[in-house]
Design a protein around this ligand. Structure first.
Ligand code: DQQ
Length: 579
């Protein structure tokens, strides 16, 4: 009863929070259907805000990355795709292949509605490579117009085809159906399977029970007959529906990735869920109790929307995979548009996949670090290098000589020890706010002590438009709080856009008096990594003046304390072969 009450209170809070969120930032419910636009084939593709080196198909809508894997020398990326229009609907699994995760070749859609067990949609899922080098996909099929969900499998039609173009959905599908009493419309997105010590495979499905988010656990000896475990792997009260769960080990030491089935004392586990209520993703670090088949988050990791996020901006439905060719775990996330469905229909495309990131455990053991795959650096062209330049209060310095609309920028700022004493006070009233609200109040122009300093990306010449990515350092008692923002409020003169002041706190040690930032700028996306990947923020923005060769890049400081550019390297980015 007590638990029910607290769950109810949490849910009411969640609802209030969601309503506030919806009214403030325009977050939409998942799978919003625009019947008029859903099957409007785009004949023209708007070029203005298309990205150059982020993953996009030629046209139309994309969402979640599905079943990423490395198989026989080829990377496969499947993704949710509307072949008929630029809004969500008619969902199939599109398929592209690559040998370097940078240049992509499109293939025909792999999994599309054709059988009673997926007649109304082929939703998200994952790939597992079974012993004997046999890949298998598990995905969610929609079986009726009420969105009833089941889990199906598909296998390559011809293992000797290097691109695995064609996949077969055997007739013994579906493998898993919701049990009586389960919520049939919140029962989806199977994970990559892992093998337990008892020789049984395990997968998670995301869902909910009333308002409790649930990672349902299923086990199988043969990958065909799956039995639901009595207890879910993990649940959290009041968090609503869990979509696209991901569960994997990371080594406690070192920077290698691990196969999903690795267990033992030398690893920690990560559980990531995509919260349907907020449309943000959260992860915890914890231990996997293999005897009880339960996951227990560490004390330092919180479930729900006060928890850790891969990205404090536009990043959802992500999925990771183990790349055994380079012993690393790679993360893919989807960034939705921040313009309107009408804009998307007009430009003929919507959605990008962000740059794949290598995931490692922070040596502090309390969070993950993420960094763009090194292959991205093969696209770097002209380079500009600065060092030793001091930025005083109000300084704005242009970085010239590169294509500012299509760039990779790495900068390290340093400051004097005395500047830390002169950092602005963290207002105790802000303790109830999240980072995004603090950024909303202080922004990039309100004078601080140490900061705001950082980059003005996608800026017009006279700063009518710009997306600042920056730090503000606060004093809170004897400690310092570092805020990182990617603030879209001044990004465009266009109306009707979703322009949040995205922000996250950065748990960084300032003893070396340095803060680093990397931003990947690509026409309508700014993807940023603070303090070598401790805090990441991706913003979608649509400048009207700061486009193509009219875009500028600046470094700025609006704090009373001077900061020094230790080093800054900016590169023009070349265009890969993109689908
Ligand atoms: N998108 C898919 C679902 C998933 C959601 C449908 C997350 O399987 O839960 O397109 O964005």
């Amino acid at each position: 009863m007590g638990q029910f009450c607290s769950e109810k209170i949490l849910w009411v809070l969640a609802l209030v929070f969601t309503c506030v969120l919806v009214s403030i930032n325009g977050v939409e419910a998942s799978h919003k259907v625009y019947p008029d636009y859903q099957s409007l084939t785009a004949s023209n593709v708007g070029r203005l805000h298309r990205t150059a080196y982020h993953f996009q198909p030629k046209r139309h809508w994309i969402n979640d990355p599905n079943g990423p894997m490395y198989y026989n020398g080829v990377y496969h990326l499947f993704y949710q795709y509307n072949p008929k229009g630029a809004v969500w609907g008619n969902i199939v699994w599109a398929h592209s292949v690559s040998t370097d995760l940078i240049n992509w070749t499109p293939l025909d859609p792999t999994i599309f509605p054709s059988k009673p067990f997926d007649k109304y949609g082929c939703w998200s899922g994952s790939a597992t490579v079974l012993p004997g080098n046999r890949p298998v996909i598990l995905y969610t099929g929609i079986v009726d117009q009420n969105n009833t969900q089941v889990q199906n499998y598909a296998v390559p039609a011809n293992l000797s085809d290097p691109y695995l173009r064609e996949w077969v959905k055997p007739d013994n599908n579906p493998l898993i159906v919701p049990q009586a009493g389960e919520n049939k419309t919140a029962f989806r997105d199977p994970t990559t399977a892992w093998l337990g010590r008892d020789g049984r495979w395990r997968i998670l499905l995301g869902g909910k029970r009333k308002h409790r988010g649930v990672a349902f656990l299923y086990r199988s000896r043969d990958f065909l007959r799956w039995t639901k475990a009595k207890h879910p792997l993990h649940t959290a009260a009041g968090t609503g529906n869990w979509e696209c769960p991901d569960f994997y080990p990371v080594p406690k030491q070192g920077s290698n990735g691990l196969d999903t089935s690795v267990l033992g004392p030398n690893v920690k586990h990560v559980l990531k869920v995509s919260l349907d209520v907020t449309r943000y993703e959260y992860y915890t670090l914890g231990s996997y109790d293999t005897d009880k088949d339960r996951y227990i988050p560490d004390d330092t990791s919180r479930d729900g929307w006060n928890g850790l996020r891969y990205d404090y901006g536009n990043f959802y439905a992500s999925k990771s995979f183990f790349d055994h060719s380079k012993n690393r775990r790679i993360l893919w996330g989807w960034a939705n548009e921040s313009d309107t469905a009408y804009d998307d229909m007009t430009k003929g495309w919507a959605g990008i996949q962000l740059i794949p990131r290598v995931i490692t455990l922070d040596p502090n053991g309390k969070q993950l670090l993420q960094w763009p795959i090194p292959e991205l650096e093969s696209l770097r062209g002209e380079n500009v290098h600065l060092s030793g330049q001091v930025l005083k209060k109000g300084d704005v310095v242009e970085v010239t000589g590169i294509t500012a609309a299509q760039a990779d920028v790495e900068v390290t700022f340093s400051f004097a020890a005395s500047s830390l004493d002169l950092a602005e006070q963290f207002d105790p009233a802000w303790k109830t706010l999240d980072a995004q609200d603090v950024c909303g109040r202080r922004g990039s122009t309100v004078e601080g002590g140490l900061g705001p300093f950082g980059l003005l990306t996608l800026a017009s010449e006279n700063l009518e438009e710009y997306t600042p990515v920056f730090f503000r350092v606060f004093k809170a008692g004897y400690q310092h709080v570092v805020l990182m923002c990617s603030d879209a409020r001044s990004s465009s003169l266009m109306d009707g856009l979703y322009t949040p002041s995205f922000a996250g706190f950065v748990d960084v040690d300032l003893t070396d008096k340095k803060l680093s930032l990397r931003s990947l700028i690509d026409h309508s996306v700014v993807e940023s990594f603070g303090a070598r990947g401790k805090t990441c923020i991706s913003s979608r923005v649509y400048p009207t003046l700061a486009v193509s060769d009219k875009a500028h890049l600046y470094v700025f400081n609006n704090g009373t304390e001077a900061v020094k550019i230790e080093t800054l390297d900016a590169w023009s980015m070349n265009r890969p072969r993109m689908n």
